[in-house]
Design a protein around this ligand. Structure first.
Ligand code: BGP
Length: 485
């Protein structure tokens, strides 16, 4: 029996702000990531309230995908891609988010990109909001904490579904929507800005300005906006399929102490199921009222919200998977450290990447099984990969066996999940072409099969080169996952 079903969507995923560059071209407005400077694994990124002249903001040029997408899509096609996930930058379509009319040049760009994909037989999978809120909506409205964004997003979504009807049939509403359950989600996820100018986004430290009430209210607004978008997508084209997208939080108890087991359950609920239950089942989980009460949260809902959530259930479940997490109720247990966004305990059984992320392929099988058992909707892994520094040899070759090993181990576990009965429809690994890291703003943290000559300080001639993994993935796709050697 084949390991992967016929028509399995092999591919890769990027996001507009991490690849396109051209940050003010053809009428595009500023978006939140355009205000965030580069960092490193040890130096936090910083957000400014205006663009500071002479300072380096990685999204402004990124990898210049905006001008090179034809060349890049051709390279993806050469690998045999069936599916390409990217996002639409809202600020290209509505530069300020609330403009009276959409920007025709922005629409033309994405139409041309999606047509290019189709020409190569690649199906686009499009995220409507991948950390790309128009900056004006963050500055003037307070981001997603403001209910008015629901209507603005619905209008933006309607514009996209209408303009790209027939070209795009698979959509995701909010990238990693559950990031708003933690303080690090404020800026990129919620468009909720810190007070002041040039503020460090130090994910590892408590954020003094974090306001959980605002964050959870913002999340409710995103749930309602997502549900509305699902309904609009189906109304415009009944063939449209819309998914949720979560940053998987595969949480293990550190030990079999009942306190650890209960803590793992609590963390998985709060950081994951809180969102997926709303988006897949159409209602908040039964334990939500107690969670709100105990955390002094009061979620303002408008009449009709519950009905909307129930009517706007997604068609499939998608998620990013990079690592698993381990939690302990014992403060003496060492924490993981590194550039992780939660105070996880260090799992002694797992190696970590150079950026401190645990490497756990079996966790992917476990997570797929858990989520499929719970929701019984088609599943898709829409991000997975290894951020690593690459070495370009003198002859220009790049031997990235470590990346091949990581991906192979995860693909093998997907095959196990499929054999277990999980309806897994596709795999778009993260960053098939090197791009700007969302967490650190670096270029050095590379995920790609395709190398891009661009560096942390912004230097580089942007030329593209095939790494060893390029040819490996080409073979994986050609054999529909049979040959992973
Ligand atoms: C996810 C984001 C992506 C991406 C990826 C890798 O959280 O959806 O945008 O960047 O993580 O993270 P990083 O870029 O920090 O290595």
């Amino acid at each position: 029996m084949a390991k992967f079903p016929e028509g399995f969507l092999w591919g890769g995923a990027i996001a507009a702000n991490q690849a396109e560059g051209a940050y003010l071209e053809d009428g595009k407005g500023l978006s939140v990531p355009d205000m965030i400077k580069g960092g490193t694994v040890n130096t936090p990124r910083r957000i400014t309230s205006t663009v500071h002249p002479g300072e380096y903001y990685p999204s402004h040029e990124a990898i210049d995908f905006y001008h090179r997408y034809k060349e890049d899509v051709a390279l993806l096609a050469e690998m045999g891609f069936k599916c390409f996930r990217t996002s639409i930058n809202w600020a290209r379509i509505f530069p300020n988010g609330d403009d009276a009319e959409p920007n025709p040049a922005g629409i033309a760009f994405y139409r041309s990109l999606f047509e290019e994909c189709r020409r190569h037989g690649i199906e686009p999978l499009v995220t409507l909001s991948h950390y790309e809120l128009p900056f004006a909506l963050a500055e003037n409205y307070g981001g997603w904490a403001n209910r008015e964004l629901v209507a603005l997003f619905a209008r933006y979504a309607r514009t996209c579904f209408t303009e790209f009807r027939g070209l795009v049939r698979r959509w995701l509403t909010f990238n990693e929507i559950n990031c708003l359950t933690a303080p690090f989600g404020n800026v990129m996820g919620g468009g909720i800005l810190p007070p002041g100018d040039d503020v460090a986004l130090d994910y590892g430290k408590p954020m003094a300005w974090d306001d959980p009430q605002k964050r959870y209210q913002a999340l409710h607004h995103q749930f309602v906006a997502s549900a509305k978008a699902v309904r609009i997508a189906h109304e415009i084209d009944p063939g449209n399929k819309v998914g949720c997208m979560l940053a998987s939080r595969a949480v293990y108890p550190y030990s079999c102490r009942p306190e650890d087991v209960l803590l793992a359950q609590k963390m998985a609920r709060q950081a994951n199921l809180y969102c997926s239950d709303v988006q897949v089942r159409g209602a908040y989980p039964v334990w939500a009222p107690r969670f709100w009460r105990e955390n002094n949260l009061s979620i303002a809902m408008e009449p009709g919200d519950e009905e909307l959530l129930a009517a706007g259930k997604v068609d499939f479940y998608s998620f990013s998977y990079y690592k698993s997490s381990t939690v302990s109720s014992d403060p003496a247990v060492p924490v993981a450290g590194g550039n992780v966004f939660y105070d996880d305990a260090k799992n002694p059984y797992l190696a970590v990447s150079d950026w401190g992320w645990s490497i756990d392929p079996k966790g992917l099988r476990w997570y797929l099984g858990e989520m499929y058992d719970r929701y019984h909707v088609p599943m898709m892994v829409v991000e997975n990969g290894l951020g690593a520094a690459d070495t370009v040899e003198e002859d220009g070759s790049i031997h990235d066996g470590y990346r091949i090993d990581y991906l192979r181990d995860h693909i093998e576990q997907m095959a196990e999940a499929i054999a277990d009965g999980v309806d897994l429809i596709g795999y778009t690994m993260w960053g098939p072409i090197d791009l700007v890291s969302a967490g650190t703003g670096e270029m050095k943290k590379r995920y790609g099969f395709i190398y891009v000559d661009k560096h942390n300080d912004g230097s580089g001639d942007l030329h593209r080169a095939r790494k060893d993994s390029f040819f490996w993935y080409q073979k994986v796709i050609a054999t529909n996952g049979e040959d992973l050697t």
